[in-house]
Structure formats: C-alpha cells, structure tokens
Design a protein around this ligand. Structure first.
Ligand code: SF4
Length: 340
C-alpha cells in the first residue's frame, strides 16, 4: 500500500520534515496544504521549495482520485464519478443545504459485496476496499468544487463501511481532527447494513460519530430476501447489539427503512418495526425507494409513508420521512452504480 501523507498526523509530519532536512515551520505549511486549505498535488503547494516538493513526490506520492464525470441535479446536488489510481470507479455525492452546510455522501469500497437486491451498487459486485486517503480525498474534491467547507460527512455511498473498518476510522480521524479537517464528530455519520462486530467496535471507540443502521425489514425472512448477505447477522442479535451500543455510548442512532411498494410496507411489516424499536433509543428514517432501474421495485405511495410515520409517532418512535436528494441524476440512496 502506498504511504500517503494525507493520513499523517502532525506528529508524523514533523518527522517527515526533520528527515528531509527542512526547518520546523514547514510542518505548519504542510498541514495547511494537506488539510486546512487542501490541494491534491504537491505542485500546488507553492510556498514549499521545489527540492522539498520533489522529495515529497518521490517518497510520498499523492494519489488522488480524478473527476471522471460530474452531474448536477435540479436540487443543486452534484454526483461525481471518480477514477482511482488503479482506474476503478467510485461515486460520491455532495449536497449543499442551507447556508454554510455542505454534506458529502462518500464511498468506502469499490462496489459492495452485500448485494442487497434493491440496490444498484450491490448489483455491480465488489472490487476492493478504499484506502483511507481515497476516502478523505472525496471530501476534498467536493470542497474544492463547491469552494466551500464540507460540514457534514455521511459514510453512506458505495460499500459497507464496517467491512473496511480500519481505513474508515483512519479517514474519519483525519476529517474530525481539529488540527486537520475539523469536521465535528456529530456531523459524521457511519451507515451500516447492520454488521454486529462493527457496531460493537464503534461502541468502544472514544469518538462521537453518529451511527445509522439500514434495517429495511424487521421480519427475519423478509430481511433475508432483501439483504441476503446479512442473513448471518440475525435481527435478535442486531437488536441486542444496539441496546448495548446505547448503554455504552448514550448516543441515539438512526434506523433507515427504505419503503418498497408491496414488498416491505405491509401492516405486518409496520408492526414488526414497532416491535423492533422497543427498548431502542433510536430515530427512524423512512425513505421512499429511489428508482434503481429495476422494474420489480417501486416506491411506496405517500399515503403509506404518512400512515407509517403517524403510527410510529403514536408509538413514541421519533420518525422522519426522508426524501433523498439527487434522484434525477441517479445520485440518491441505492442508485450509485458509476453511471455516466
Ligand atoms: S444497500 Fe448498501 S450494503 Fe446493501 S448492497 Fe447497496 S451499498 Fe451495499
């Protein structure tokens, strides 16, 4: 694996600067170029001497993804297809919201091994995990393209973040570190399909990152059909892991539920979800399915969505209906499949 400076702490950078015979004030300059006003190449680090840049280039090549394609949605979101240094492609979506708020939904893997049947990414197969710098660079690309600071990060794009746990955490530490990219930990969300080991590991981390769990069905047999690779992580064990997560962290988490017409939106499904939420300190996000080009699946109607939301609220379960952004450019949840 390439040794990429983008994931170095200030301490490590001090060592690099000393080893290359540079004065100590170069550390501050490097931190500035790598994290505070980040650029993607050494050539842009104009206040560093050419000899130092050359040495850095040779010892620590920066290998940023390049924008292969960019589409702009009617709602202002931008979807990027990014080409990595081994030519594989990933997608990232940036969503400007109110003033000063720019959220990035980033990928953690090239493709995804989990093959959830309603998800375009899952149908593309899996190639490899992303390196930590490739995860961080997605944020930098969005930041530079919008010319504004990224305020929120969602590890919710292509891939299952907990299957790339170590690289993900390395990247999130760069994004969160007040001396590096300084994005508040509560503005960083990790979305898992329900990997129990990952939830347990996250519960024991000191970081305050937010957890979201894609549930999509609270009836085991139905969930096994929708998310076949998750059958080894049964709902009762997931439920227990989430109770323990809250006990340890005192942090509420989100359950994501994509509503698919006549698939997982029956009264029995709703009842099962209410049961699942018992003893959990959670918030439920109901998301109407986005078009993934599969004729078999349609989003639930607005009446169903409203009825689910009202019933859940009556059961004292905080619930939001979340309409995904960027659907017209296939940039919404479940639609990411490197289409141009
Ligand atoms: S929904 Fe998420 S976990 Fe499932 S296949 Fe798609 S990207 Fe992977």
């Amino acid at each position: 694996m390439a040794d990429v400076l983008r994931t170095y702490s200030e301490e490590n950078l001090k060592q690099v600067v000393t080893d290359l015979g540079q004065p100590s004030y170069r550390v501050k300059q490097l931190v500035e170029w790598l994290f505070v006003h980040p650029v993607l190449s050494y050539d842009e680090m104009t206040n560093l001497p050419a000899s130092f840049r050359k040495a850095l280039k040779e010892r620590f090549p920066l290998l940023p993804p390049r924008i292969y394609n960019r589409q702009i949605s009617r709602d202002g979101s931008r979807k990027y297809v990014l080409q990595l240094d081994d030519d594989s492609l990933i997608e990232m979506v940036a969503m400007p919201q109110e003033k000063d708020r720019l959220s990035v939904c980033l990928s953690t893997q090239v493709g995804c091994p989990l093959q959830c049947i309603f998800c375009a990414t899952g149908r593309e197969g899996f190639q490899r995990n992303l390196r930590a710098d490739e995860i961080v660079d997605q944020v930098i690309i969005a930041q530079n393209d919008f010319n504004m600071r990224v305020s929120h990060v969602l590890a919710m794009g292509q891939g299952e973040p907990f299957l790339n746990y170590d690289n993900l955490m390395d990247a999130l530490h760069v994004l969160n570190d007040p001396h590096r990219m300084a994005i508040g930990s509560r503005h960083i969300t990790i979305s898992t399909s329900g990997m129990i080991k990952g939830i347990e590991r996250l519960a024991s981390e000191p970081d305050q990152f937010t957890l979201a769990v894609s549930l999509h069905a609270a009836i085991q047999s139905l969930r096994d059909k929708l998310m076949p690779k998750m059958a080894s992580q049964p709902l009762d064990m997931l439920h227990q892991a989430l109770i323990t997560y809250y006990k340890k962290t005192r942090r509420r988490f989100t359950l994501e539920y994509v509503l698919i017409d006549k698939v997982n939106d029956s009264p029995a499904c709703l009842e099962a979800l209410i049961d699942f939420c018992q003893y959990l300190h959670c918030h439920v996000n109901l998301i109407p399915l986005n078009d993934t080009g599969d004729e078999g699946f349609k989003p639930s109607g607005s009446r169903t969505l409203n009825q689910w939301q009202n019933t859940l609220i009556q059961h004292h379960i905080e619930t939001t209906v979340r309409n995904s952004r960027g659907a017209d450019i296939m940039g919404a949840c479940g639609q990411l499949k490197n289409s141009l």
